[in-house]
Design a protein around this ligand. Sequence first.
Ligand SMILES: Cc1cc2nc3c(=O)[nH]c(=O)nc-3n(C[C@H](O)[C@H](O)[C@H](O)COP(=O)(O)OP(=O)(O)OC[C@H]3O[C@@H](n4cnc5c(N)ncnc54)[C@H](O)[C@@H]3O)c2cc1C
Length: 303
Amino acid sequence: MARVIVVGAGVVGLSCTVRLLERGHDVAVLARDLPLETTSAVAAAIWYPYRALPQDRVTAWAGSSYAEFVGLAGEPDTGVRMVTGTEVFRQRQRDPWWRAAVPSLDRETALPGGYTDGWTFVTPVVEMPRYLRWLRSRVEELGGTVTRMNLSGLPPAGNGADVVVNCAGLGSRLMAGDRSVVPVRGQVVYVEQVGLDRWWLDSAGPTYVVPRAHDIVVGGTDDEGEWSRTPSPETARQILARATALVPELAKARVLRHKVGLRPVRPGVRVERVGDVVHCYGHGGAGVTLSWGTADEVAALVG
Ligand SMILES: Cc1cc2nc3c(=O)[nH]c(=O)nc-3n(C[C@H](O)[C@H](O)[C@H](O)COP(=O)(O)OP(=O)(O)OC[C@H]3O[C@@H](n4cnc5c(N)ncnc54)[C@H](O)[C@@H]3O)c2cc1C
């Protein structure tokens, strides 16, 4: 069994850590931001392969994660629920490229005004703060540790570890010297629950409305190359206007708070072993969606 250091405590790092611990490895997580401070904590988070490539690997990773989330939805502490919802389009669509990753997908005929096509499917909705707390407690229960540490580079394998797993997300610009991973800024507004029990998505905005137990996450934006993590009041107003046009019930929902996260987008998600380092980053807008699939591959690469 190997001694492994995982860099990063977002959904990707913690999921890899759980898989490695389950296989009997000795794992220590080092991270500048603890789980609830990461981009992962901002995710909406609906299972949906958004801004992540290549299509074949993403479909396989997303499919394995879907299956894992179905199991986790049976455990109330995880914060995972299976929720039905509809993605809408202004033009007629073919089946999505990731069709094989979901068990069923139905063409929707009851569409909001202005839309001509849509598909309805059941997908995992993950309440991130709760889920990240659960993942961290799973890591600790299996004997792993999570330590805050701001690193200026990947720790060298040899001394404290046999293998280093890089799950630094956007931090891989520094950790792996990889400038192809760029921020794609996403702003969301949390509003109070007004009895909504299904999600809605119009990728063209992107506009999404994701109901959770006690609130609703309303998005969004995808501004490439934008680093600001300060919510913009004007952007929030536009997000709410778009979302209310799609889901009119939101008109009466009180705004609770605003958040911004920087998605780690790369031309292709990187899951690759180079010597004693396994890289796992660049999950874009789908870190939650791909998390278990990429964790399984990392566990196989660690060996
Ligand atoms: C508004 C918004 C909505 C989203 N909605 C969804 C959704 O519905 N579904 C979905 O699947 N995905 C969604 N995403 C995308 C998802 O949040 C990301 O893909 C995911 O969080 C990436 O996870 P990660 O673990 O790779 O990175 P992060 O969560 O960013 O974690 C990176 C970790 O690396 C650490 N690190 C970085 N640099 C250093 C360093 N120098 N030293 C030590 N540690 C370091 C950080 O501190 C952190 O712990 C959304 C994102 C945003 C912003």
